[in-house]
Design a protein around this ligand. Structure first.
Ligand code: MLY
Length: 292
């Protein structure tokens, strides 16, 4: 179909190359997603990564899980790959001699005055109390056991081993990839490496004028090789339709020898007629802005 996104055509249109798979901390062959909605597991609290909480699988998208910490509201859902080191089967925490924690923050129950002083005494299991549950130290453990008892726990075999880090940052300026939009983390979008600095990579979302761009480490689990979404049957966003260039084309470019980051972004579905934009060429030959 004309409006279906094709990396093959897009790479041609933008004279760009995909980042090779060896750049990424992702399995060469994506794992299967053997989770089911409603299953419970243990997850590191994204807002407090040292604490491990009970979470429920709210949805499946490709090989990612939409997770919600039990006791947290629906505004703090987060997404993890089935081979993420941030998730583990129920019981792992106890096995390791760690304590399960209630989720942190406004959505969590820590702010509930009824909970004051209770959490420190919470045993290894934590499940949020139902509304109106009156916590007291003696009924709490029983409640936890009963609630987990009725729940389906994700089987150990569903958790896949996290792939190893590539030995070094192999990303280079201008390479294309698929990346999680951190502001809308259910979305994976076409993106371009805008800069590389040490172990960090600047991820630029094609056609979004920089509004969603971010720096991440090269071994981030939020970046994927071109083709990943199609391979894992995750939906891939279209590039944005903004030209990603200054609105007014400067008469005299400030520094013609240094291509701006923005000029790397690939116009996709530009308005017709096109504004007089500098011709994008020689993407492959360009040097990174900074390699130090
Ligand atoms: N409604 C949001 C969605 C933006 C998504 C951008 N990603 C795909 C880079 C907005 O328009 O701000």
């Amino acid at each position: 179909a004309k409006d279906a996104f094709s990396w093959e055509e897009y790479l041609k249109e933008t004279s760009s190359l995909p980042a090779p798979p060896g750049c990424f901390r992702q399995a060469r062959v994506p794992p299967s997603n053997d989770f089911k909605v409603g299953m419970k597991l243990e997850a590191h609290d994204p807002r407090n990564s040292t604490s491990v909480c009970i979470a429920t699988v709210m949805g499946l998208t490709g090989v990612r899980l939409r997770l919600r910490l039990d006791g947290s509201d629906n505004s703090n859902d987060f997404w993890r790959l089935v081979d993420s080191a941030d998730i583990q089967p129920i019981g792992s925490c106890e096995k390791n001699g760690d304590m399960l924690q209630p989720p942190l923050g406004e959505g969590g129950r820590q702010s509930d005055p009824r909970a004051a002083g209770q959490w420190e005494r919470t045993p290894h299991l934590f499940v949020p109390p139902p509304a109106g549950f009156r916590m007291n130290a003696s009924s709490w453990p029983m409640f936890l056991l009963r609630t987990l008892n009725g729940a389906e726990m994700a089987p150990a075999a569903a958790f896949k081993k996290e792939p190893p880090k590539p030995p070094q940052n192999l990303f280079r300026f201008g390479m294309k990839l698929e990346a999680v939009d951190k502001k809308n983390p259910y979305l994976i979008c076409p993106a371009t490496v805008g800069e590389v600095k040490g172990d960090e990579v600047f991820v630029m979302f094609d056609g979004w004028r920089g509004a969603f761009d971010y720096w991440c480490r090269y071994e981030s689990r939020d970046v994927f090789p071109v083709g990943w979404c199609s391979l894992t049957r995750h939906s891939l966003q279209l590039p944005g339709n903004s030209a990603s260039l200054p609105k007014a084309v400067p008469v005299l470019p400030a520094s013609p020898s240094k291509p701006s980051r923005r000029s790397m972004q690939s116009p996709y579905r530009l308005p017709n007629p096109l504004p007089a934009l500098p011709v994008r060429k020689g993407v492959r030959g360009r040097r990174p802005k900074s390699e130090t």
